[in-house]
Design a protein around this ligand. Structure first.
Ligand SMILES: Cc1cc2nc3c(=O)[nH]c(=O)nc-3n(C[C@H](O)[C@H](O)[C@H](O)COP(=O)(O)OP(=O)(O)OC[C@H]3O[C@@H](n4cnc5c(N)ncnc54)[C@H](O)[C@@H]3O)c2cc1C
Length: 501
């Protein structure tokens, strides 16, 4: 049996639930369904279960723009974020539109019918279901849910302990009284080290190279003040959000315009946290601030366990695993009962599903992104990819709003098809995330990520203020995004509109 909806969304994480809410909020009047591979809402925040799992974005900007995050904590734990997404879905009646346990394997666009045909596999039963829709929305995040990035280390087979990847945390992992080594220097490693230090005999953070880490207060003092003063939650949220967006932008901007000053400020703050006991070389990166995502720790929890001796940090290279631990290039041996390989994600687009347009397979790497939301040459489709240099949700919200604007525009004018097609001069070889960050997973993901363009709406600007203006205010019909009517497939390109070079 084939089911048809106006809009088919893949993924019920933060982005998919957000798009569904926007479809209702912006009164698009379109029917929709969500196909979700897992059996629960929340995506990332349902999948990751390691100790201490939390956001590293502040919740005022990581929350949806349309639904306040109630709470004064700057960062939130994973279960609370999952609950927030679930509650949002509940409030907007999204849940009954979700088909759980359906893994989308292919999506095919037919220009003859102006329709997407999507196949979804029920991984429990092996049954394949077919859905059709007028529009397709990819909200599958950016990484492979089945496999984390896990380099193979020499001598692993000799190791007598357990090796764990944070993406596949064993529910029954008992690390009480054990010696733990956490390999990595990113957000996951710096979360795990203080969280596991409470119960482990000792935790060693083993990194190849340092990362910029900044301590944030656990509670937002302004939010606490507003709560005490009984400022309505929606107003407090809006004010806090505006402030945090501006602060985040200013921090990023300083790192671009004056990296030396930005570096000085960040390193001085770390020095204060470390005191005299810990060598600054473990926290002095070779790159400039925001060349990779800045890592944050609530109340300096990482620095506290390092100062107390519950945890230690080592910057070195792994020579080999041994039966009892890890031998480093320096000759030092790290004894370990458990090794956590916090080595990151494997980048994947569309959750591994294949795309076809009129029988031609689509290679996402060959496509340029239009306004950071649509893919060139792929009709009636939105792909939600959030910011990497700010909270993901800021961009996911804007992309969803923009998509709803397009839907309403099409309805008002009787259009059934929209597509943006890049010209040769619009293209560039740079990845959609290339300009912003040089993190390992982004470099590894270059093989699959779409490209950003060389000019105009094809350029990815990673700037909330500019994106907000472009996606909320600029005319939908800009001479690049083209529309067509059902009968006359004649493309409507307004003559007055000009390409922005
Ligand atoms: C540990 C961790 C911490 C993070 N912390 C932050 C942070 O603090 N701030 C920030 O801005 N970003 C953070 N991120 C990035 C984070 O992924 C996004 O912020 C956000 O959660 C992405 O939401 P999403 O809905 O787009 O994708 P996801 O959360 O990845 O959800 C995608 C959904 O799509 C489903 N799906 C995938 N493929 C298919 C398919 N083929 N068929 C059907 N369903 C499919 C998945 O099952 C999942 O439910 C973090 C990422 C990780 C891994």
């Amino acid at each position: 049996m084939t089911r048809h909806v106006d809009v088919l969304i893949i993924g019920a994480g933060l982005s998919g639930i957000g798009v569904a809410c926007h479809l209702t909020r912006e009164q698009t009047g379109r029917s929709y369904a969500i196909l979700e591979r897992r059996t629960a809402i929340g995506g990332t925040w349902d999948l990751f279960r390691y100790p201490g799992i939390r956001s590293d974005s502040d919740m005022m900007t990581f929350g949806y723009g349309f639904r306040p995050w109630i709470g004064t904590k700057v960062l939130a734990d994973g279960p609370s974020i999952r609950q927030y997404v679930e509650d949002t879905a509940e409030e907007y009646g999204v849940k009954e539109h979700i088909h759980f346990g359906r893994k989308v394997t292919t999506a095919r666009w037919s220009s003859a019918e102006n329709i997407w045909t999507v196949e979804a596999l029920d991984e429990q039963t092996g049954a394949v279901e077919t859905f059709t829709s007028n529009f397709l929305v990819g909200c599958t995040g950016y990484y492979d849910y089945d496999n984390g990035y896990r380099p193979e280390f020499p001598g692993e087979a000799d190791f007598g302990g357990q090796i764990v990847h944070p993406q596949h945390w064993p529910e029954d992992l008992d690390y009480r009284g054990k010696r733990v080594v956490v390999i990595g220097s990113g957000a996951t490693a710096i979360t795990l080290v203080p969280a596991m230090s409470k119960d482990a005999a000792h935790v060693t953070m083993l990194q190849r190279s340092p990362t910029y880490i900044t301590a944030l207060p656990a509670d937002d003092p302004v939010a606490v003040g507003m709560k005490l003063a009984r400022v309505p939650a929606a107003i407090a949220y809006r004010a806090g959000r505006a402030r945090n967006i501006a602060l985040q932008r200013a921090s990023f901007q300083l790192s671009r315009t004056n990296p030396a000053a930005s570096r000085k400020v960040l390193l001085a703050a770390v020095r204060l946290q470390l005191g005299s006991k810990i060598d600054m070389r473990h926290f002095t990166p070779s790159y400039n601030p925001w060349d990779q995502r800045l890592c944050v720790v609530p109340s300096g929890d990482l620095f506290k366990v390092l100062r107390s001796g519950e945890a230690s940090i080592v910057t070195d290279r792994i020579e080999t695993f041994t039966e009892t631990g890890i031998r480093l290039a320096s000759g030092e041996e790290l004894p370990a009962d458990i090794v956590i390989s916090a080595t990151g994600l494997r980048v994947q687009m569309l959750g591994g599903a294949t795309l076809e347009v009129d029988g031609e397979p689509v290679v996402t790497r060959d496509r340029v992104v239009y306004k950071g939301a649509l893919l060139d040459g792929i009709p009636n489709a939105l792909m939600v990819l959030g910011y990497t240099n700010a909270s993901w949700t800021l961009k996911a919200d804007l992309a969803a709003e923009y998509f709803c604007r397009i839907l309403n525009h099409m309805k008002a004018r009787g259009y059934t098809k929209m597509v943006a097609v890049a010209e040769e001069a619009d293209r560039s070889t740079e990845s959609v995330m290339g300009g912003a960050l040089t993190s390992g997973y982004i470099q590894r993901g270059d093989a699959v990520m779409p490209r950003q363009g060389a000019r105009g709406p094809w350029q990815v600007i990673n700037n909330y203020f500019r994106d907000r203006k472009m996606l909320r205010k600029e005319p939908i019909e800009d001479g690049v995004l083209t529309f067509s009517h059902p009968e006359a497939e004649a493309v409507v390109r307004p003559l007055a509109a000009k390409r922005t070079a």
